[in-house]
Design a protein around this ligand. Sequence first.
Ligand code: CA
Length: 335
Amino acid sequence: MRKNPIYSSIDYEKNGIQHGFLRLPHSRDDSAWGAVMTPIMQIKNGSGPTALITGGNHGDEYEGPVALFNFAGRTEFEDIQGRVIVVPAMNYPAFQVASRVSPIDGVNLNRTFPGKPDGTVTQVLADYFSQTLLPMADYVLDIHSGGKTLDFVPFSASHQLEDKQQEAKCRAAMRAFGAPYYVSLLEIDSGGMYDTQAEEMGKVFVSTELGGCGTTRVESIEIAKRGVDNFLIHAGILDGELQHGKEKPMCLDMTGDEAYLFSKHSGLIEPCVNLGDNVKKGDLMARIHIIERTAVPPYEYHAQCDGMVIARHVPSLVKMGDCLNVVAEIIEDEF
Ligand code: CA
């Protein structure tokens, strides 16, 4: 099989702070010998664990990139023991055009792992993470938000894993991140996800959803910045004390399909609940108005389980099959 064509200008074994690029040759109409240049930085100080921290896996999610462009600007590394590799905007072509998927090949990076060294641009990038960056890492943090089409209450997340020891380590790191909520996440479809790749390689993996609507808020940025430091402190890489918010974090569980409310209609959403509201099974969640004509009664959508509204669809126009809401159960902290 072809060798991965990405060239990294970072020397991963070198001590100190380095800024560089992952250069992926991309010959195209406006640049015969062009390349996709994904910014990457590393801080290394002696021996110790390695953390790999990413944002912009989906190009329209911004808490990760803002927190990581900030982190990458640090000039000190005496308080670091080990290695931190930071890619603020993982799917860089998507990030450049504020899109969830790559404009080059239309591929969703987070559905294409483990990737292919001889595939399309996004598949080659995924392969580089699978074959080069992930093998170096002990701790992996991938900062997500809802993008242009979803909005979330801010939470860190880990998955239920077959290896219970690994699961416990992921949960401990998820807690340490210090978001107001944490969630034991059940993915709709975990195939091809970066999460799954990192977990199958035995890494301590934490993901997040910190907001959405294709933008950021002061509070969500604060959570992301604090979370990056907390994650590194927890990993034993950064000196310092864990910093948590004022409120005690709440633990949420999404273990059943009933957590997800999908639209069976296309139309105009009239929301009947807000993010963070507590609902009971059967409560009215939203009404969807048919927009082709007047005097058609709206379709009503009801909660399928008790819990808290942790996600909502953002554009007011919804399409059949879109996720309208997610409801998670509030559980006793058992982590
Ligand atoms: Ca995402």
